[in-house]
Write a protein that binds this ligand. Structure first.
Ligand SMILES: NC(=O)c1ccc[n+]([C@@H]2O[C@H](COP(=O)([O-])OP(=O)(O)OC[C@H]3O[C@@H](n4cnc5c(N)ncnc54)[C@H](OP(=O)(O)O)[C@@H]3O)[C@@H](O)[C@H]2O)c1
Length: 309
């Protein structure tokens, strides 16, 4: 138990900061259900896949390569299906969508979990800043491509982060999605996580009148491979104090799993969750005009990519 956890109480859901993915699914049977999760080979994604399979679900686990996905799936007890989905490569994402359709999988949930954080130098894919492209555009292609595979009560869970508050003050910088006009690794990460949040909000609006849901979550702060681009000194400090002040990986996976499967969350949509409870994002994380503009811009980006590839 971390020291921090001692001071955090449970929220209205009955779960809280210290709850683990196993705890939030205790007593639930997910037999007959199918979930797709991206980034299944590491950190929170691996733990979420493990727990969903433990509770009887079939889990389509995606990773950058099928080898990575297979290696992760082989480490999990239960029914798993490994697929490649390199989010920075639209061809790979589209092939993943086609594979899911070909197999005829009906998805009870999609957990858009994969991500990269705080790249120290500007990197780009197809002319777009790489965190925006990977974390947002890759998932935009995947999730919109799979909407027809969702069951009538299908849930979409986007991994955002409290770090969405580090996005530019004016919100999504539509005139600098390449990063060429100025780049900071943390600001770009924040922008990509604001994009994940706005995507969930807009998708929830588009689901209105159905029983499908879309939400965004902040998992907590957990030491995983996500910190690989951080300053090595910061990583050493994290390694030393982490167990005292950070969430464990099982705790970090709890909120995404709660949003994806818990019966209490079945009617929650268009929300931002943290510690398995409703939370409040930055004010513009609730801005419908920005969410709509981002959706339309993302459609235009994807259309241009499709015509060029
Ligand atoms: N850990 C935290 O404190 C924290 C806090 C807030 C939000 N989050 C969010 O939680 C999610 C999971 O993070 P984590 O902590 O579990 O990190 P992690 O251990 O680094 O896992 C990230 C996963 O994303 C995959 N990935 C990265 N780039 C990809 C790409 N181009 N295509 C496909 N997959 C890609 C990674 O694959 P490889 O292993 O092949 O690179 C890995 O499977 C992320 O979205 C992150 O932003 C984490």
């Amino acid at each position: 138990m971390s020291l921090y956890e001692l001071f955090k109480s449970k929220g209205p859901s009955g779960f809280g900061y210290g709850s683990t993915a196993e705890e939030v699914t205790a007593g639930l049977s997910l037999e007959g259900k199918t979930y797709l999760i991206t980034g299944c080979n590491s950190g929170l994604g691996f733990e979420a896949m493990r727990v969903l399979a433990l509770r009887g679900a079939r889990v389509v686990g995606t990773a950058r390569t099928v080898e990575k996905a297979k290696e992760a799936c082989d480490r999990v007890k239960g029914a798993t299906v490994p697929l490649a989905c390199e989010l920075a490569d639209p061809k790979s994402v589209r092939a993943c969508v086609e594979a899911v359709k070909r197999e005829g999988f009906r998805l009870d949930g999609i957990i858009a979990n994969a991500g990269i954080m705080a790249l120290p130098k500007l990197e780009q894919a197809f002319g777009y800043e790489l965190q925006f492209f990977t974390n947002h555009i890759g998932h935009f292609i995947l999730v919109t491509g799979l909407l027809g595979q969702l069951t009538d009560t299908g849930r979409v869970v986007m991994l955002s982060s409290a770090a969405h508050t580090r996005a530019p003050r004016e919100g999504i910088q539509f005139d600098n999605l390449s990063g060429d006009k100025g780049y900071s690794g943390w600001t770009a990460y924040g922008q990509s996580k604001l994009a994940n949040l706005l995507f969930a909000k807009e998708l929830a609006r588009r689901f209105a009148g159905t029983r499908k849901t879309a939400n965004a979550v902040h998992p907590g702060v957990i030491q995983t491979n996500l910190g690989r681009h951080m300053n090595p000194v910061a990583n050493v400090v994290f390694g030393l104090v982490g167990p005292l002040v950070l969430k464990s990986v099982p705790q970090g996976a709890a909120t995404e799993v709660y949003a994806a499967v818990h019966p209490q969350a079945a009617e929650i949509s268009g929300q931002y969750l943290a510690d398995c409870n409703l939370a409040s994002p930055r004010a513009d994380g609730d801005d419908p005009a920005m969410a709509k503009a981002l959706w339309e811009k993302s459609e235009a980006i994807v259309a241009a990519l499709s015509s060029g590839s």
